[in-house]
Design a protein around this ligand. Structure first.
Ligand SMILES: NC(=O)c1ccc[n+]([C@@H]2O[C@H](COP(=O)([O-])OP(=O)(O)OC[C@H]3O[C@@H](n4cnc5c(N)ncnc54)[C@H](OP(=O)(O)O)[C@@H]3O)[C@@H](O)[C@H]2O)c1
Length: 281
């Protein structure tokens, strides 16, 4: 699987999420181990946030990447209550300390803010770029119109928008994907399998069949579907806390779905027709 190139920067197509990491101290070494196994398997994008376990997720990431920082594409996020221009930089400073690094590859606003004007936040993110503390900046959970606004406010420097996307959550296809493509903004899919393979969700028969035919898990098919060549602007962030899940997920990097597979999956998981809704914090 080739890396995705956005604006001249190569981004790993499949990354590891860390939501819920750091919430249970007893799981800490298992979580560090899972991240390291994922990096070895080629999942070299790591996604965290200051909000995850009040920063302890970032500390777990620090332990996992301490001796391989240059090999990973590190993303973290500022929570909307810290979205003022100065607060963005101060949040980033604290994130960098917890992460044990001088820079992040990508710094995102986690959700649109209900309190702080977007212009302030974007100015703070551009400050982070100008100071070399973030190699790229972006947003998360931004519908198309708000993404356009962020693009305008930064002179076109929004590198990525991280949104929920997967077989069962296809809202970004309705409007956002075309707008992001026009703005040359990469899209990062979060929760790519949670809504397809959740504990209360029966595995869809078509998904199970396609997986069986390729000798991989349904999770690998769900991830490879997002990374299909026709959707080249997407990269994927999946969270796994155990090595068996990681091995399943890494198989997606080597899985090429046929046109027939894609057609069957499209019919089994029809496009939503709804737009991504604006939600603020
Ligand atoms: N920007 C945002 O607002 C936002 C929101 C949500 C998430 N995110 C980011 O996106 C990441 C991924 O999303 P997510 O954690 O919500 O959902 P997800 O990655 O779609 O699903 C994670 C769940 O799937 C399980 N799983 C992982 N691999 C599996 C496999 N091969 N087979 C069966 N089950 C498997 C995990 O179990 P185990 O843990 O036991 O392996 C976990 O329960 C997050 O961790 C976070 O970094 C961002």
């Amino acid at each position: 699987m080739e890396w995705t190139t956005t604006r001249g920067t190569e981004v790993p197509p499949l990354g590891q999420g860390t939501w819920r990491f750091g919430e249970d101290a007893a799981q800490r070494s298992r979580e560090v181990d899972a991240l390291r196994a994922g990096i070895e398997a080629g999942l070299t994008l790591i996604d965290t946030a200051e909000a995850y376990a009040e920063g302890r997720s970032e500390e777990i990431v620090r332990d996992a990447v301490a001796d391989c920082r240059d090999q990973v594409f590190l993303t973290t996020k500022v929570w909307p209550s810290h979205a003022g221009r100065a607060a963005v930089l101060s949040s980033l400073d604290q994130s960098l300390k917890r992460l044990g690094t001088d820079w992040v590859d990508l710094y995102l606003l986690h959700w649109p803010s209900s309190q702080t004007p977007l212009a302030e936040t974007m100015a703070g993110l551009v400050d982070a770029l100008d100071r070399g503390l973030a190699r790229h900046i972006g947003v998360s959970n931004f519908p198309a119109a708000l993404l356009e606004e962020a693009h305008r406010l930064t002179g076109g420097r929004v590198f990525a928008n991280q949104v929920r996307y997967g077989l069962a959550t296809r809202e970004p296809e309705t409007t956002l994907a075309a707008v992001a493509a026009r703005l040359d903004t990469s899209l990062m899919a979060y929760s790519p399998i949670r809504h397809v393979l959740g504990p209360d969700t029966a595995v869809n028969d078509v998904l199970a069949d396609v997986a069986h035919e390729h000798g991989v898990s349904p999770a690998a098919v769900a991830l490879a579907w997002i990374m299909r060549p026709a959707a080249a602007q997407w990269v994927v962030v999946v969270k796994a806390a155990n090595r068996a899940h990681l091995a399943d997920n890494a198989a997606a990097l080597r899985l090429a779905l046929s046109a027939t597979d894609l057609d069957r999956l499209d019919r089994a998981f029809p496009a939503s027709g709804e737009d991504l809704h604006l939600q603020t914090f």
